[in-house]
Design a protein around this ligand. Structure first.
Ligand code: BTN
Length: 226
């Protein structure tokens, strides 16, 4: 796949959306001036992290199966983190954690076309970047967790290699440790406790409510605290 390497951009996702589709492509940046997270949040993107986005056209991918793109990104990140002797965990739907702290976030933006799905999948991994003080308790870098300091370029190289493979829902679920445990579900309407049961093929999280009822949660509508 073609790779564009930048020193700096506002956001690698935005860069690719401005570029438009002209074949599958990856763009990497050493830093982002306006890194974006999910739900309109920003993503701290100072030098030392790995920031990249993959623009890909998935021919004949039914809209109900776009969660496969998230599976591929998250499992590729987990495989990369593991290759540095660090044990990752997925916090549904799009975060990768180490020791309960966030090491990576993914932002997937899809456009559904008649012939398939045009996707921009952005991945940000904390490697050697200095985390802002307000993230100190909730985020971590790969070099903090690995037996020795790791180089951003090596993380990027392994990640790009791992992104090339397809992964299954079972592989994705094998990195989720909270099944069977109580989690906190945060929505615009309030916060409640529920037991996490499973992730469905469409990406929704199946939970058991306190009254025993089963609910399917969509990642766009809820946040979790585990
Ligand atoms: C999140 O944790 O909410 C998602 C963070 C996604 C960050 C990556 S870094 C590369 C790409 N460019 C962006 O602006 N965001 C994604």
């Amino acid at each position: 796949m073609k790779i564009i390497e930048l020193e700096e951009t506002d956001s690698t996702n935005e860069y690719l959306k401005r570029l438009g589709y002209c074949g599958d492509v990856i763009v990497t940046a050493r830093r982002q001036t306006a890194g974006r997270g999910t739900k309109g949040r920003s993503f701290s993107s100072s030098e030392g992290g790995v920031y990249l986005s993959v623009m890909r056209f998935y021919e004949d991918l039914p809209p109900a199966e776009t969660f496969k793109i998230m599976i591929n990104s998250c499992v590729a990140v987990c495989r990369t983190v593991e290759s540095f002797s660090v044990k990752p965990e997925i916090r549904w739907a799009n975060d990768v954690l180490v020791g309960g702290k966030k090491i990576c976030g993914t932002l997937i933006e899809n456009v559904i076309k008649d012939s398939g799905v045009l996707s921009v999948a952005g991945i940000g991994i904390n490697v050697n970047n200095r985390l802002p003080e307000e993230l100190a308790d909730i985020a971590v870098t790969l070099s903090d967790c690995a037996p020795r300091r790791v180089a951003e370029k090596e993380v990027e190289r392994r990640l790009i290699k791992n992104i090339g493979s397809g992964y299954s829902l079972d592989e994705y679920k094998s990195y989720i440790k909270f099944f069977g445990s109580e989690i906190t579900v945060i929505t615009d309407f309030g916060t409640r406790r529920a037991i996490a049961l499973d992730v469905c093929t469409d990406g929704r999280l199946k939970v058991m409510e306190r009254d025993g009822g089963i609910t399917l949660l969509s990642a766009a509508e809820v946040s979790l605290s585990v």
